[in-house]
Design a binder for this molecule. Structure first.
Ligand code: NAG
Ligand code: NAG
Ligand code: NAG
Length: 473
């Protein structure tokens, strides 16, 4: 046995394969399962956010949960990677490589050998917030508080937190309030509301589910991309790298990718062993496939998505309007926190018209330069803990030569100024905000959800034909 190990090492050195796990600058943008740290280079959290001549008076936030455990249906697939790992180790020992220039390196194999499925992740804890997710959420809340000390007070009644009554969100609520109030909040009576129609309206929208969410056509561009020669060749290359002389089932490749990105999100500092199966180019391609999915399912690829995302916009506009109309009477809550998921964050950004590309994302245009520099990037828009904030400021005119209106709104995306057309580094006049978002917010009633006719041209035509058909008979 010992000489076998030595031979393996010697061949490894002689072969000089590139080690993907020791890349000094690894690719860490993993779509909707990117760690916040990698999507968003940390800000200086101690700085107070000041706009000369203006006072922050109301704070609105939509915040995605932190890193979580896999869904129940994913767990067995990820557990099965143990068998795949053993096959890869066998392949390596048996020198099962057609082309030694393309094989996984010994360091990567040794790391993979040490990987094991964490037995604590079972169906009981499926989808649950991880300890990393808890800490990041807590830190984020602390950072907000440090930046807005006068606004984000220690009085629980200045807050309203909206979330759904599920373990992932209850844990996020605890993490967030724990960070806001610097410690466990059991005794504090923090106002909360289970307003699902605002924070998760797509669950109540049969028209959206049928036409978009559960409609296979939504994924057609992603399927086009995945059926390309290039994508298949990528699967072959991954298979060869791991010592398989046949193409691994794409679903298993996907499980490796999931494990790669989960492990990196659960422990940002550690090497994620399964990532060694992928080159940088592979990771970018798989990332694009997910962008194609989210673009059509939650983004600009399907017009209805704006009519779902508007519920959060309506919530924000209503909140600020109440503060402005009652001014100078201070209003409670002063801070409204919505704990949401990735689909809703993407649909909100779509309703706000940010990250809009001039050319649509398609399965055929991956190599074009607009797509290589695309604005729609799930990794940056919706990593774990992604957030969109809007802060209402009351200003003294002439206090700041740039500010020409009494009320201003600052939009932040993952803590940085959001690009909003017509605004100054995320800072917009209230009248402009009303002009830009008012109409969509005011007509956001989700009425289309229960009538297929309004939403889909084909169904509408069909309904009309049936109607006339019946009359004619
Ligand atoms: C999951 O693991 C915990 C302990 O780690 C155990 O109490 C629980 O019963 C397990 N759940 C399932 C469904 O096996
Ligand atoms: C959607 O596609 C999947 C896989 O291609 C298939 O299994 C499923 O039956 C399809 N669903 C519908 C409603 O066509
Ligand atoms: C597959 O590997 C070959 C050889 O390393 C490389 O030339 C080719 O670009 C790879 N193809 C893809 C799609 O990654």
């Amino acid at each position: 046995m010992r000489w076998l190990a030595i031979t393996v090492l010697v061949t490894a050195v002689a072969g000089q394969e590139p080690c993907l796990s020791v890349d000094e600058n690894p690719y860490l943008l993993f779509g909707s399962k990117t760690a916040y740290l990698f999507a968003n280079h940390a800000l200086n959290t101690n700085r107070v956010h000041e706009i000369p001549g203006c006072q922050p008076t109301a704070f609105w936030l939509a915040s995605r949960h932190g890193s979580n455990n896999p869904e129940a249906s994913e767990i067995p697939k990820l557990q099965h990677l143990t068998d795949l790992k053993n096959n890869i180790l066998d392949n390596y020992r048996n020198r099962n490589f057609r082309n030694t220039n393309r094989k996984i390196c010994s360091t990567d194999v040794e790391l993979l050998e040490r990987w094991q499925w964490n037995p604590y992740i079972n169906t009981t804890f499926a989808e649950g917030l991880t300890s990393e997710g808890y800490m990041t959420t807590q830190q984020l809340a602390r950072a907000w508080k440090q930046r807005y000390p006068g606004l984000l007070t220690d009085n629980p009644h200045d807050y309203l937190v909206k979330y759904v009554d599920e373990p992932l969100y209850s844990a996020s609520f605890r993490a967030f309030t724990d960070g806001m109030f610097r410690g466990p909040t059991e005794g504090l009576d923090i106002p909360k509301e289970n307003d699902e129609k605002t924070i998760r309206p797509y669950k109540f929208c049969p028209a959206w589910k049928n036409n978009v969410g559960e409609n296979n056509d939504t994924l057609s561009q992603m399927h086009i991309f995945q059926s390309k020669q290039e994508y298949k060749e990528m699967i072959t290359n991954i298979s060869l790298r791991l010592g398989f002389n046949y193409g691994i089932n794409p679903e298993i490749v996907y499980s490796m990718y999931q494990m790669c990105r989960y492990n990196k999100a659960w422990d940002n500092a550690a090497i994620s062993q399964w990532c060694a199966a992928f080159t940088r180019e592979d990771l970018k391609r798989i990332e694009y496939a997910e962008d194609l999915e989210t673009y059509y399912k939650y983004g600009y690829g399907t017009p209805q998505n704006q009519n779902i995302g508007c519920s959060l916009l309506r919530d924000m506009m209503g909140f600020f309007t109440k503060h402005i109309e009652n001014d100078p009477q201070p209003q409670q809550p002063r801070a409204q926190i919505n704990l949401i998921d990735s689909p809703m964050l993407l649909m909100l950004l779509t309703a706000m018209n940010t990250h809009q590309d001039t050319a649509p994302l398609t399965g055929d245009n991956y190599h074009t330069s607009p797509i290589q520099a695309r604005k729609w990037t799930t990794s940056k828009m919706s990593p774990f803990n992604a957030n969109a904030a809007a802060i209402l400021y009351k200003c003294t005119i002439n206090g700041n030569f740039q500010v020409k209106e009494r009320y201003q709104v600052l939009f932040l995306e993952n803590e940085y100024p959001m690009y909003v057309e017509g605004c100054r580094v995320g800072l917009c006049d209230w009248s402009y905000v009303v002009n830009k978002f008012g109409a969509l917010a005011n007509t956001c009633d989700l009425k289309f959800c229960n009538s297929a006719v309004k939403i889909n041209g084909f169904s509408a035509l069909f309904a009309v034909l049936v109607y006339f058909g019946l009359k004619l008979v």
